[in-house]
Design a protein around this ligand. Sequence first.
Ligand SMILES: Cc1cc2nc3c(=O)[nH]c(=O)nc-3n(C[C@H](O)[C@H](O)[C@H](O)COP(=O)(O)O)c2cc1C
Length: 446
Amino acid sequence: MPVMADFDPHSFRDALGQFATGVTIVTARAADGHPVGVTANSFNSVSMDPPLVLWSLARSSRSMKVFEQAESFAVHILASDQDALSNRFASRDIDKFAGIEHGEEGAPLLEDCTARFLCRTRNQYDGGDHVIFVGEVIDYDHADKPPLLFHGGDYADKKKRPPLAENSGTTQIEPAGDAVRDDTPVLFEVDGKVATITLNRPGSRNALADDVIASLVEGLERAEADPDISCVILTGRGTSFCSGGNIKDIRAMTAEQDMSPLEIEQWYREGIQRIPLAMDAMSVPIIAAVNGHAIGAGCDLACMCDIRICDENAIFAESFLRVGIIPGDGGAWLLPRIVGMARASQMLFTGEFVKSDRAVEYGLVSEIVANGQLLARANQIAESVAGFPPQAIRKSKRLLKDARDMTLKENLDQAAMLQGVLQQMDDHREAIAAILEKRDPDFTGR
Ligand SMILES: Cc1cc2nc3c(=O)[nH]c(=O)nc-3n(C[C@H](O)[C@H](O)[C@H](O)COP(=O)(O)O)c2cc1C
């Protein structure tokens, strides 16, 4: 067995993940009345007499202050169908209680759970990068519902669920969150330092309609602006990554509305072209988790990301000629830089469908993942990226992306300047100290 100092954080996490836990949401109310709540699987019982329970909260949690000051908290053991609620309370910087009745006083109470424990805060202990809260249970109720379990980095029940798609061999991405029910065009979920952006129009195979474009750009800008985010995963809900531009919108624009060439030009500039520009401005690395189809602008969208992985059913096509147009979103610039001019030309001029095995051969994706495992693998990659110092991650991406348009001399100049900043940072010193002391680093972003 490895000794403590040799712990590899990822294998440690995998080892811990072998242990199935229940999923809870713990809530409390601030002195000014505003509710907070977080998804937590650290909940456990401590003592029957007196009745004590514990759970632990990451020091980085936005809700930490409220929990530290609250005299009470409520633990909700979620029912197996409440994974959407779990995802919602595992997200950051959203109104987690939007549309949820939760009373006006005391710890907010959520409905339809397997069990609820109302607790008086009794002790708080130092738990390393977490604070351990011990509560004395003063009231509880429970229902006859199976609990939501968490195992190996995913909801245990979800692993058994059959895909919802017509095509039973296709990965069904169901990131959920109540936003799904709210019909939000693009979902934004945060877990630790990783943001997952999910196109949420499965009915149109995640076509890039105007509201999807606006919401996607907003999500990208939000991730970029948050210093706590170090990697983004981009995926599509349902059985497709993205079917490209909305063909009905395009037909309406040209055939029905009779838009002039100038108006169409403007529509591109103010519409879909905002995506490659927003992507290009990003310093946070983006992983495309391509489930099913990535067609036309959907193929280009994947090409805008830094890392691409796909499931076995993925199909790519640079299919613009099929509808008599050209890539209006940067595909002609992006694709040859990824697969080379000859293959890009073949894809563009034939509109051929490139299945996952050929996509990996082309270098269009770096990995094919077994159906059903795509998001788990994307998260694994994202976490290994996000384990590095935040500023070094962002500057690495800038150096790599900017290199496309630079001479070697210019790139070396840029590298020297960026290195001058990074080597003065605490995180650089911490990284070296951690390696020499054979321990996990603790990066602060400074
Ligand atoms: C299944 C699951 C279990 C989690 N368990 C915990 C936990 O025990 N403690 C914790 O601090 N965060 C846990 N998290 C992460 C938090 O829910 C997440 O970081 C959340 O964004 C914190 O919210 P806040 O920053 O708004 O306070 C868990 C997330 C998931 C999906």
